[in-house]
Design a protein around this ligand. Sequence first.
Ligand code: UD1
Ligand code: UDP
Length: 353
Amino acid sequence: MVGARPNFMKVAPVMRALSTRPLVRQVLVHTGQHYDANMSGIFFQQLGLPEPDINLGVGSGSHAWQTAQIMIQFENVLSQRRPDLVLVYGDVNSTAAAALVCAKLLVPVGHVEAGLRSGDRTMPEEINRLVTDQLADLLFTPSADGDANLVREGVDPAKIFRVGNVMIDTLVRLLPAAQTSDVVSRLDMTRAGYGLVTMHRPANVDDPERLHDLMVALNAISRDVPLIFPVHPRTRQRLQDAGGLSAGLHLVEPLGYLDFLALEAQAAFAITDSGGVQEETTYLAVPCLTVRANTERPVTISLGTNLLVGHDMERLRAAVATILSGGWKTGQVPPLWDGCAGERIAQQVAGDA
Ligand code: UD1
Ligand code: UDP
């Protein structure tokens, strides 16, 4: 069960691993939470995912509306198909909605990327994580902090499996293909001489003052080093509403996975509020500046290349200067971020662990 862009990178390795088990029959359900070709379809092609067996076509709306639509339609699917297990991914509305439906219909549910906590309940994703993990029967965690969070919240340790990071599985598999992309020259960026920006959290882009300050800071940074900014549809709308904030910046449409990964791997640094980008930059040893006050992925700070700059734009600019002067930590890859997490999940699911 998937719905939004980051889900696709996570489901791909699990489906591949399960496809080698002849006794397992898989049905791929897409809620349609994301639906633009460059937010959904392109990932199915590039990641080698099968077409979804069922697309609920839910689309955009308020949190309650979107969650409710997914629940109503997914309930029909589950009632008809009666699967032995549903796997849900990450922390988007589709994840929590599907877990709730499963729990009410007594269908076992496994949560891939369980246990992550920012401790910040103003984030919709934190609510989705808390709900999903309370309801899940199998909890697949990417790192030790995930296990500790779950145990602290009273989850039975027998249900927790530390399997590593599925998003990194996809990166490991597709990095060689990404390295053949010509996106860096196509977008006029020079190797090792540009920064990559992504921004889509409501706390950053839905608050006009924050968005304004951020865009002013990015414009200032881009006078020292080129920035490339693939713009998420939420952010595109907010920038249109605000008008004129992006004058000096190199904005492009959301990119497909291979182009994005190519840009990320060769970037001098990333400025982001994305969960996945914090992880991928840690794996790639690319310095990452996260424009948030907290992260549900602390291992990217303790072991990796990530730094939280909060919403302090002076701090952001100072950190970029430090990176450009060569003073950044190289970090290390966290344990079990090794390309085999999907296989470990398949072993548990198929009962051959
Ligand atoms: C969602 C997730 C967020 C995740 C992000 C990944 C929730 C609560 N949020 O945020 O955790 O980090 O996806 O990208 O589930 N839109 C389009 N085309 C699309 C999809 C969306 O134009 O294909 C526009 C719509 O105007 C929509 C807005 O983007 O209202 C936001 O989409 P939505 O899925 O509600 O939340 P995201 O901000 O994408
Ligand atoms: N990504 C992409 N194209 C883009 C921006 C991001 O392919 O233009 C990929 C990125 O490599 C990572 C994932 O999308 O694998 C992260 O998704 P996103 O930032 O939308 O969501 P989050 O991880 O914050 O939930």
